[in-house]
Design a binder for this molecule. Sequence first.
Ligand code: UT7
Length: 321
Amino acid sequence: MARIIGTGSYLPRSIVTNKEMEKYVDTTDEWIVTRTGIKERHMSQSDENTGDLAYEAAARALKNAGIGAKELSYILVATTTPQSLVPNTSCYVQARLGAVNASCLDLNAACTGFIYGLEVAEALLNLPDMGFILVIGAEVLTKITDFEDRSTCVLFGDGAGAAVLTKGDGIKGIITGSDGTKAACLNTGTFPVSNVLTGEKPFEHLVHMDGKEVYKFAVNILPEAMKAAVARGNGNIHELDHIIPHQANIRIIEAASKRLDIPMEKFFINIEKTGNTSAASIAIALDEMNQNHALRNGDRIALVGFGGGLTYGAVYLEWNM
Ligand code: UT7
């Protein structure tokens, strides 16, 4: 039993339009818009890292929830682009918030990270002495983007979104899943066994994606995951008020709308302004709806994500803030 009592988000100030992307690679605004729905994305500067974006989103979520940082029992940061391997990004956020009573954990389920974070938070809230849990999705994907690869570099953007959870009635059903056999569809390099001893190439951190394979996976799993989460919560997909999907490609969302026979108006879309922000995407979208007063208590909402791993997951909840 868990409910969301506050949300926040943060997008770096610097915006890169499709026209500007034309300077880096052989692409056009028209190709990007028609194939993905993306018009621009935010890019972190060299002095802005994952912890900075996560902190800004977290501070806004705490304010929205009306609680202090010291009341947090846990901080969970979902990210594929951690600020460092050690410490985890969550510890950077804790230090800046002064959340002295919080345990800090990062998790990586690529673009499904925020959904996994909500699932972990809900489970943690069953433990004794858990007050409030902060779940953050934060990414600086442009730092692992290959700006010579036109098939990926036009897709990704940076940002962070956060939600504060506590015990209560809100989340009705969550499902998650993974298919590690499809790891090669979306990955970075792996660590060499020992760079010094073997002379292997250093860690190759840039992201590679077989877009077509991920696309095929996504158009199938998005509707299936959503249906499963809603069924787990004894709901009806045709009674949903809002669907907040991972913002990867407008065509994936349109395909889901058709397959589920649910009108596009029920799907929240902000991909044109954000691009694909991986683990941050659903959290940013949820906050945008909350800040725009688009969510009313009692609204039935599905959050649904998919991504590297490959991973997928969905949450069915009733808004109760
Ligand atoms: O969040 C993680 C999950 N990721 C996703 O969900 C991504 C899923 N995949 C996709 O969204 C799409 O597959 C892409 C947007 C990545 C690509 O769209 P597509 O319709 O599958 O394009 P394609 O890969 O089949 O490429 C079509 C053509 C190719 O040219 P040829 O071989 O037909 O001559 C590409 O070389 O478009 C070309 N192309 C581009 N042209 C201009 C690829 N990227 C670009 C580009 N600008 N940026």
